[in-house]
Design a protein. Structure first.
Length: 112
């Protein structure tokens, strides 16, 4: 997470945080830990949590979360926009509202 991806006043992720035509990366909670999530991330990064149901509902059932394990990370998943080229603005905004920080970002330390 970069400083430009969160609102400076409240630290909430901006809707554009979820904009990735090839699929936004995420990890399945049951197969990862906070330490693993933070490993290799920029200093000050936070951790956002949302459910598969949140992704589906935010996109009117168009997007989904697919399990795409990597050799070094079996819990790796991707948000795929389905028939859309990418999540549309309303889906991005809705997902941003539904996201819950389980570790708040330290905005002052991001992008140092």
């Amino acid at each position: 997470m970069r400083r430009s991806q969160v609102y400076s006043k409240n630290g909430r992720p901006k809707p554009a945080f979820f904009r990735d035509k090839s699929g936004t990366s995420c990890d399945l909670e049951l197969l990862t830990t906070k330490d693993r999530l933070l490993s290799g991330r920029p200093e000050g990064s936070g951790i956002v949590q949302f459910s598969v149901e949140d992704v589906r509902e935010a996109s009117d059932q168009m997007a989904d979360v697919l399990h795409k394990p990597l050799q070094a990370n079996y819990g790796h998943c991707e948000i795929h926009p389905g028939d859309m080229r990418a999540l549309n603005a309303s889906a991005e905004l809705e997902l941003s509202k539904r996201a819950k920080f389980i570790l708040d970002p330290d905005i002052k330390r991001l992008d140092r």
